[in-house]
Design a protein around this ligand. Structure first.
Ligand SMILES: Cc1cc2nc3c(=O)[nH]c(=O)nc-3n(C[C@H](O)[C@H](O)[C@H](O)COP(=O)(O)O)c2cc1C
Length: 345
């Protein structure tokens, strides 16, 4: 039994939110030295130099407590949040469920977070690593799209990039922003922001759902191509309940292994619809170098993971980077950027 499987068996005796709090507090204390880096994994995406393509997905460090510590574990970048303008408590507990046999999680946290001000104070303390801020709308907001504009303005001088999260299934009405007129309104506001304020040069990414059907997805991709959006993150959790063996009736977003297939298919479609013209971040069910590589070959310039870390522990990050560098070289590429989208035709 590895050390992490022992630790995991203890952590899994606890309520998931308590286990997560212990993990965050532990991460705050440990001083790990940055692991080995691989030239083949270095790349420049939307103007930023990534030491490796594997990032920690949003939701793990919602309040920017351990962004730098996660990078020291071997992640190439951190994404903090989702953070909303005002602090909010989220949905009633219990709201996170482990599906051990499926290596999955269902969560319906509902953007519990400390709010813009607190997160900004903590972000001020990070070094020059790549730390993105994932922003959302308050549940009781009168105008969701205005909350995103506030967020872009608020974090534009501190974040390495900003993610507009319009795909959480746990804030009622939020996913409507991915569709038709609501999407138009949001993108127009972001475009105007660029026109008004030339200082806002920060990359803006849009995080989308694996459940958006093809016609709406195509519409979104067309719109994004003619907008000021610099990249897409594919995907958030799913409300579908295929391929899981328990908790079928539990409400919330499903992540982990069972999400791999649908999120990779969605990524592949987006790569096709956008003709590879915009960088994509592949997320959903990554728990090995092989799966990370599959995302890359299906169009991802970068990848992120969350649930895989819960089930496999921190060693996963170093292992993915090491094995990914081997896989890429074995295929005869000099750099990861040469492998992006090679399996999409
Ligand atoms: C407990 C939990 C909380 C999450 N919170 C957020 C969040 O606040 N914002 C967000 O954009 N995604 C959130 N996510 C989604 C992840 O960022 C990611 O898109 C999704 O889990 C798929 O990746 P994975 O299969 O590697 O976990 C959360 C996921 C989990 C498991």
């Amino acid at each position: 039994m590895s050390f992490y499987s022992f630790l995991r068996s203890l952590l899994f005796l606890l309520d998931p939110e308590i286990a997560h709090r212990i993990t965050i507090n532990y991460l705050k204390m440990v001083r790990s030295k940055k692991p080995e880096s691989y030239n083949v994994l270095r790349s420049n995406v939307f103007g930023l130099n990534f030491p490796n393509p594997v990032g920690i997905a949003a939701g793990f460090d919602k309040n920017a407590e351990v962004a730098e510590n996660l990078i020291n574990l071997g992640f190439g970048f951190s994404e903090v949040g989702t953070v909303t303008p005002s602090p909010q408590p989220g949905n009633p507990k219990p709201r996170i469920f482990r599906l051990k046999d499926d290596e999955a999680i269902i969560n319906r946290l509902g953007f519990n977070n400390d709010g813009f001000d607190q997160v900004k104070t903590r972000l001020g303390k990070t070094n020059d690593s790549i730390v993105g801020v994932n922003i959302g709308a308050n549940k009781d907001s009168k105008d969701f799209s205005e909350d995103y504009i506030k967020g872009i303005k608020f974090f534009s001088t501190l974040a390495s990039y900003i993610t507009i999260n319009i795909s959480s299934p746990n804030t009622p009405g939020l996913r409507k922003l991915e569709v038709l007129e609501n999407l138009d309104v949001l993108l127009d506001k972001i475009n105007n922001l660029h026109k008004e304020d030339l200082l806002i040069k920060i990359p803006i990414l849009l995080k989308i759902s694996p459940d958006l059907e093809s016609d709406n997805l195509k519409y979104l991709c067309d719109k994004v191509l003619s907008s000021e959006i610099d990249g897409l993150i594919i995907s958030n959790t799913t409300v579908a309940r295929n391929s899981i063996t328990s908790n079928l009736a539990q409400e919330g977003g499903l992540s982990g292994r069972p999400l791999f297939k649908s999120s990779t298919l969605q990524l592949r479609k987006v790569y096709k619809y956008t003709n590879g013209e915009i960088p994509l971040v592949g997320v959903g069910g990554i728990d090995s170098a092989e799966k990370a590589y599959e995302k890359i070959k299906n169009g991802a310039s970068l990848v992120q993971l969350y649930t895989g870390l819960v089930y496999n522990g921190p060693k996963l990050i170093k292992n993915i980077n090491k094995d990914l560098s081997i896989l890429i070289e074995k295929d005869g590429y000099n750099n990861i950027s040469e492998a992006i989208g090679v399996e999409v035709n």
